[in-house]
Design a protein around this ligand. Structure first.
Ligand code: GDP
Length: 297
């Protein structure tokens, strides 16, 4: 990830303050105006920016920052804390079931990286926890999705259940879960259907699959490079499915950072993982505090 534009603009805004011995109320207002512009230009959600600016102002006033020693440093620290809070404070781990298997339903629009992320997560669990993941290929609409998942499974040594593209996904999931139980899998990934955009038929199918599979985790995969569209997608999926986590993909190609900074604040749902490349090992836990420090540079 390289949100250079945002980092540079925030640094400029804050270094203006640093140069001053005493910071006046007008200085603070000017700095907040620049920070507001920087966030909006990074494609951060409008409401989120508004709340952010209000919170920083309130905290600075509450702590009587301007009257204290080193006001600039204190404002930087408040900005850092608020950026972190915007993205959710601490890292949120994958939901796990008390008894095996943990069922993870992967959802998202076509091209977001859902199938790839299923493979990455399965590999992560396999290598880090010595787990026995299992994948169910239920994305029957994208012609190559099933073949792609099967190939991925072979590559990372994880079994894939598939019934081709002619069987109803609900049926695939039912049979797949039975096969996973037989294989004594401890994590089952359902690669559910993706479409080009949210439509009612797709959502109904996903609601049905959720009902059948009773997943512990509904992981929405969104493309960071689509900025506010990713945020809207997250809201749309969350309304119908009550998602439990988000994976933000293609952060390696995202230069602005709007999705990373908005999704948690808008939906209330945590970003749990970030994809940072096309390789199977390019998946990382999302740490809001580290991200905030990186953004501030
Ligand atoms: P799906 O339609 O949502 O299942 O999308 P795919 O899993 O097929 O991914 C679409 C494309 O995005 C593929 O070319 C992936 O290699 C690529 N991709 C997925 N995640 C990432 C990522 O984190 N970084 C980059 N650079 N590419 C990614």
């Amino acid at each position: 990830m390289a949100f250079e534009g945002l980092t540079e603009r925030l640094q400029n805004a804050l270094s203006g303050l640093r140069r001053k011995g005493k910071v006046t109320d007008a200085d603070l207002r000017e700095t907040m105006r620049e920070i507001r512009m920087a966030l909006l230009e990074a494609d951060v959600n409008f409401g989120v920016v508004k709340e952010f600016v209000r919170n920083v102002r309130e905290k600075a006033a509450g702590a009587k920052v301007l009257d204290g020693l080193n006001p600039a440093q204190q404002i930087v620290s408040i900005v850092n804390d608020e950026l972190t809070a915007m993205m959710g404070e601490a890292a949120v781990p994958l939901n796990k079931s008390a008894k095996i298997p943990t069922v993870i339903m992967m959802v998202g629009l076509q091209g977001a990286g859902k199938t790839t992320t299923a493979g990455k997560l399965a590999l992560k669990l396999k290598t880090e926890e010595n787990a026995r993941p299992f994948m169910i290929a239920a994305d029957v609409y994208r012609p190559a999705a099933i073949e792609q998942l099967t190939t991925l499974g072979e590559q990372i040594g994880v079994p894939v259940f598939e019934l081709g593209t002619q069987v109803d996904p609900r049926e695939i999931v039912k049979q797949g879960l039975a096969a996973a139980a037989e294989a004594k899998a401890d994590y089952v990934f359902i690669d559910a259907a993706g479409r080009l955009q949210i439509d009612e038929a797709l959502m109904q199918e996903l609601v049905d699959v959720k009902e059948i599979a009773q997943p512990d985790e509904i992981m929405l995969v969104v493309d960071a490079m689509t900025g506010q569209n990713a945020v809207e997608t997250a809201e749309g999926f969350d309304q119908r499915l009550d998602i439990t986590g988000v994976t933000l993909t293609k952060l390696d190609g995202d230069t602005r950072g709007g999705a990373a900074l908005s999704i948690r604040a808008v939906t209330g749902k945590p970003i749990k993982f970030v994809g940072q490349g096309e390789k199977m090992t390019d998946l990382d836990v999302f740490y809001p505090d580290r991200m905030a420090s990186r953004i501030l540079g």
